[in-house]
Design a protein around this ligand. Sequence first.
Ligand SMILES: Cc1cc2nc3c(=O)[nH]c(=O)nc-3n(C[C@H](O)[C@H](O)[C@H](O)COP(=O)(O)OP(=O)(O)OC[C@H]3O[C@@H](n4cnc5c(N)ncnc54)[C@H](O)[C@@H]3O)c2cc1C
Length: 471
Amino acid sequence: MTTDRIWEGDVVVVGAGPAGAWAAACLARGGARVALVDRRPRGDAGAQWVNGLASWLLDEAGCVHPRPPELLGAGHRFTILSPLGNHRVDVDDHPLYEVDMRLLGLRLADEAEAAGAEMLWETVAEEVEIGSAGRPVALTATRTSGGIEERLRLRASVFVDASGLPAVLRRQVPRLAHACPPPAPSDLCVAAQEVREISDRGGARAFLGRHDAEPEQTLAWTGVEGGYSVLNVRVDADFNRMSILTGSTALPRYRSGRRILDDFARQHDWVGPRIFGGSRALPLRRPYSRLVAPGIALLGDAACQVYPTHGSGIGIGLAAARMLADAILGALRRREDPGARPAMWGYSSAFHRKWGALMCSADAFRRFSQTLRPADVDRMMGHGILSPQMVADGLAQRPASVHLDGLWTQLRGMSKAGDLAARLIPVLARLPLIERVAATYPKRDSGHIQVDIYRYERRMRWLVDSVGSRR
Ligand SMILES: Cc1cc2nc3c(=O)[nH]c(=O)nc-3n(C[C@H](O)[C@H](O)[C@H](O)COP(=O)(O)OP(=O)(O)OC[C@H]3O[C@@H](n4cnc5c(N)ncnc54)[C@H](O)[C@@H]3O)c2cc1C
């Protein structure tokens, strides 16, 4: 292979989705020499649809909050409807932003560029060169711009895999490939989101009327295609546009998010042509216990840093990006090798010690939800087990809070729900244990980190992965 250009610096970030772009921005601002590589052209990387984003996670990430036109809505009523249509739960008090991810993604990439990151658009990351002791030392990539192909060799102390589900670097680094297997189909959500024109305002009004809803309110049908599935519909205030979000587990017996969305549009003739949106798979399993190896760190979907209960990866990915940047910049300031074990494990440890309990508990609940049939979801809502507070906590991606008034209704509901309660209670009983195990994630690389991580992983497998294992 002939190389047209060599780039050398501190960090190469592969993937300019929200997590990678924000990591590159934080690193460049802190004085690191960074290259940000994405196969897509500028303005087309990462999520290209509308996402719900818990506002407090932006503070965790140190990221400026969105404003219109990037911000499409905030704090509107969110209504969960049972699949058989018998029950609903309304939530008014939640911190969800509706964000146009095309604009947020561009803003983050522009921040990286303004801070001095080398932006390599339309550049496909290809082969990782592994040096002595199994550490990545270089990456080859091909850039195609205006019909001209350029071969690049990128050398750096740290390579960040923020390439999303394809995980192009993780799969090539033996230590990570072994410890971080690709998620199984039952641990993937196939989701779709589109913003569409409204072709018949009367039809849209009648639809809202039938469901006792207002414009801007989100109507979310859960369990429409297996226990872990959703169909969200939201009509804009001016009746010009509407948005649909769908998702289901990636198993052949379920319709995919794409199919659910297309079917809904076909069945409702007030839904007009697509304006923008997209569809793809995203990981639902708890984040990998091992996020790093010497010279490489995993970030975002490539690390499975997605809140499992509803497949939300933006906020957690941004918060993780900042943690990773802090660990690398700290090492650079101390004039240490940022790809060496202390900095790399510093990131993995900071992430798991802060988010491990929340993410693993949410994964246990996600696995339980995959075992639910439509009648189970209906009963959970009918008996008040799924309370407005529980839904609000879930939307906010916070641990479930205990409220005495609601708790009594939930306990009474459980006593009526019989077999359902018998399935749910063992899952709830695991949550304090998951929290305890999460607190044992090693604080630093103390020399026997492999053994410590092996023990941690084994316990989490036992507590989390076994939930609903016969689904
Ligand atoms: C339809 C849908 C709706 C969703 N809704 C929500 C929501 O409401 N809230 C929420 O928080 N999350 C939501 N998510 C999940 C969220 O979009 C992802 O978790 C998030 O985009 C992951 O960000 P990322 O930066 O890790 O990776 P990505 O956004 O996947 O970005 C990865 C980037 O890597 C690039 N890349 C891949 N391979 C290569 C290569 N070989 N060389 C160079 N570049 C490469 C890609 O071009 C891409 O730009 C949704 C997902 C989908 C599919």
